[in-house]
Write a protein that binds this ligand. Structure first.
Ligand SMILES: *Cc1c(COP(=O)(O)O)cnc(C)c1O
Length: 390
């Protein structure tokens, strides 16, 4: 069988066996509606509350502050749109960043269409926002700041605690998209002082189609789905029972294994970067060396097209990404790398490699060999085309 190497853990992760095992009974035997009063309904309800505790424990929250959603995207939309709309009496200004996930950027665009003003903060060459720029952007009418915890393309980790302090000083709500940070960075919502925080199951070895929003006690956030009394009357719709159970199980594994996960994955990532730097010339590592997610490596290979390299790697059984999964079907340069000030032609030669719990050193050695071979091939073609004036 052809070798398969998956290096796109930031796009999604496989469900761990222990997680799947916990989920399975909830499709068939323990399928009761959690809102039903008889025994199998109440057993479902109990399973949901256990998962709520597990997700809460991973971020230092009270279980009552966790509301399950269909995805990280839904959590982002709910937090940002409803928090902005609930505070229109105070003002119609929201501050976010230019490097957010589309779940956030497109919620911002929606708010702009509805008459809100949205400021998109720029970042430095390492992908970090500047705190004084944030503070300067605040106006009388600012009601919400939303800055992602960790970026999905370059892995940059923002100074969340400092941002929360600024928001608090100005009495502004603070939301953070922690979908990439979850399980990869220790998170304690109390210590950080965030008001709203989005997470998702499928980025931490749980199932797809399940997310959650942390809403700090005391924060007023209206519902955005209207129906039954699920999720403490905050988020209507019959619960995704197996998904919630799986998210809980994955959160539990992430919490107990976070130290080992971070050291193992970052060690493999550093090994990979060393090998690539030693073996391939004219490359550039994008983003910060220190303040970045453990598994993330974003590399520009000069003089070649990232898409072409991605396809050649795919032929070798290696799965990587150009920019983020959402922009992988389009040729517009990544908005994140653009915000870092990287020129368009360099962006087109950039690939994102994300290492995870099932990655081995052998996978990375194989990937480096294939990179050396394919980069050489593509650079050969491009130098021929240059000579012939194509
Ligand atoms: C994946 C991701 C999302 C979206 O989460 P889904 O559960 O896939 O909708 C949002 N923000 C970031 C930073 C992500 O990486």
């Amino acid at each position: 069988m052809k070798k398969q190497v998956y290096l796109d853990y930031s796009a999604t992760t496989p469900v761990k066996d222990a997680v799947l095992k916990k989920m399975l009974p909830y499709f068939t035997q323990s399928f009761g509606n959690p809102s039903s009063l008889y025994t199998i309904g109440q057993e479902s309800k109990q399973a949901i509350e256990e998962a709520r505790e597990q997700v809460a424990a991973l971020i230092g929250a009270n279980p009552k502050e966790i509301f399950f959603t269909s995805s990280g995207t839904e959590a982002d939309n709910w937090a940002v749109i409803e928090a902005a709309e609930a505070n229109v009496k105070k003002g119609k200004h929201v501050i976010t960043t230019a490097i957010e996930h589309h779940a956030l950027l497109h919620s911002g665009a929606y708010l702009e269409k509805k008459g809100f003003q949205v400021t998109y903060l720029g970042v430095d060459s390492e992908g970090m926002i500047r705190l004084e720029e944030l503070e300067n952007a605040i106006t009388e009418g600012t009601t919400l700041i939303s800055v992602m915890f960790a970026n999905n393309e370059i892995g940059a980790i923002q100074p969340v605690k400092e941002i929360a302090e600024i928001a608090k000083r100005h009495k502004i709500l603070f939301h953070t998209d922690a979908v990439q940070a979850l399980g990869n960075v220790p998170i304690d919502v109390r210590e950080l002082g965030v008001d709203l925080l989005s997470v998702s199951g499928h980025k931490i070895y749980g199932p797809k189609g399940i997310g959650a929003l942390f809403v700090r006690k005391g924060v007023v956030l209206p519902s955005h789905l209207h129906g039954g009394a699920q999720e403490n009357k905050k988020r209507a719709g019959t619960e995704n029972l197996p998904g919630i159970v799986g998210f809980g199980a994955a959160a539990e594994l992430a919490r107990t294994g976070i130290g080992e996960h971070i050291s193992r994955v970052s060690g493999l990532r550093d090994y990979f970067l060393e090998q690539v730097e030693a073996r391939i010339q004219d490359i550039r590592i994008n983003g910060s060396r220190e303040r970045r997610l453990p598994g993330n490596a974003n590399i520009t290979f000069e003089f070649i097209e990232g898409e072409a390299l991605l396809l050649l790697l795919d032929l070798d059984g290696i799965a990587v990404s150009t920019g983020s999964a959402c922009s992988s079907a389009s040729l517009t340069p990544s908005h994140v790398l653009t915000a870092l000030g990287i020129p368009a032609e360099m962006i087109h030669g950039s690939l994102r490699f994300t290492v995870g719990d099932f990655t081995t050193k052998e996978d990375l050695d194989y990937t480096v060999e294939c990179l050396v071979k394919n980069v050489e091939k593509l650079r050969g073609i491009s130098s021929v085309s240059k000579e012939k004036g194509w």
